[in-house]
Design a protein around this ligand. Structure first.
Ligand SMILES: [Zn+2]
Length: 352
């Protein structure tokens, strides 16, 4: 973790994002008052494209705005995917080894997810997007699903391939280029908050899922108990890989606007975490924040062995949604419902 001593500079990299993608916005994070004038600059919600938003908070040198129309909370300016991949490579590596130490906890959590999934879809082709080390896929394979995985990070992908023998594809979901209507199940755990283009992501998830298929999503709950208590100090805002922050309302909107039908949407407790994992993540999140907190956390390191197998968990930590792609009536023709939604008024809708 000591290699994170340049952690503060990462923020500069994230924040410089606005310069990419043709924006003429300044290449540094604007001060609060300038961010609040996003409306005047024509800045729009990355999800619903509304220009109506308010500046919600600043965390770790980044500005989070909240859309007044759909409720999505997102970074402003939004970094590009390329910049996020670079950040991912810097931050996932140390994080990954902490993940491996908590393998049993991950597996227990994913076993519960598979129990849930089997109520909706007990077999078939399953894709895990952002599959990491492949613990979920490994368990899904044991239950008889035909598995596939895709992840951007080389280190976890290598682990999934070499240690678990899972043929995970390295790259983005878009590079994966699955044919339409391919998967009976698509899972995406703790990943959508990393994607700078939510309309494209949810449309792609919808496209590759077979009609009647099941989508399972988890993401940090920006309206969860801990997030509400901690405000701008909430871990979700301080994770430099996260660019969008969801409430129940904005997650529902993200999925429904692409054509999904929500089967369930709830706030769930986080999985069990070892004290060492929690400590490592806290140092990472608060490194440049308050020296007192940072040094206090470091002082705890020597007593870690005393905590042994204690398990910590974050209450009401994640949003957890299960959604279905509707069985489309044949009269709907070839136009997917998420595209029909955008058909200009008065144009034929394909239903009659
Ligand atoms: Zn919006």
């Amino acid at each position: 973790m000591r290699r994170r001593s340049d952690g503060g500079k990462d923020d500069g990299k994230v924040s410089a994002g606005g310069a990419q993608g043709g924006s003429d916005v300044a290449t540094v994070v604007p001060p609060l008052e300038e961010a609040a004038r996003g409306l005047e600059r024509g800045e729009r919600c990355t999800l619903c494209e509304s220009p109506q938003h308010k500046t919600l908070l600043r965390a770790k040198g980044r500005t989070v705005i909240e859309c007044r129309q759909c409720g999505l909370r997102a970074l402003s300016p939004m970094p590009s995917l390329e910049q996020l991949v670079a950040i991912n490579e810097e931050t996932v590596h140390p994080f990954f080894h902490a993940c491996l130490e908590d393998e049993a906890s991950y597996r227990a959590y994913f076993a519960r997810k598979l129990d849930d999934l089997q109520r909706y879809q007990s077999s078939g082709r399953l894709l895990d997007v952002g599959c990491g080390a492949g613990f979920f896929l490994d368990a899904a394979r044991e239950r008889g699903y035909e598995i596939a995985g895709v992840d951007l990070s080389p280190v976890p992908v290598a682990y999934a391939r070499d240690t678990l023998g899972i043929a995970v594809t390295m790259g983005s979901l878009y590079e994966f280029q699955a044919p339409s209507d391919t998967f009976d199940v698509v899972t995406i755990f703790q990943t959508i908050e990393h994607d700078p283009d939510l309309p494209a992501l949810s449309a792609e998830l919808f496209r590759i899922l077979a009609p009647g298929g099941t989508l399972m999503v988890t993401t940090p709950a920006a309206d969860g108990f801990v997030a509400r208590v901690m405000g701008s100090r909430w871990f979700g805002y301080r994770n430099v890989e996260h660019v969008s922050f969801f409430t129940r309302r904005s997650l529902r909107y993200t999925l429904e606007r692409s054509g999904f039908e929500i089967a369930s949407l709830e706030v769930e407790h986080g999985k069990g975490l070892s004290p060492k994992y929690v400590l490592n993540r806290l140092i990472n999140y608060y490194y440049d924040h308050r020296t007192v907190i940072r040094n206090g956390l470091r002082l705890l390191h020597p007593i870690m062995p005393l905590l042994g197998k204690a398990v910590l968990f974050e209450p009401w930590a994640h949003l957890y949604a299960v959604a279905r792609k509707p069985l489309q009536p044949s009269s709907a023709g070839d136009i997917p419902s998420h595209l029909r939604e955008r058909t200009p008024e008065g144009a034929p809708q394909g239903a009659d």
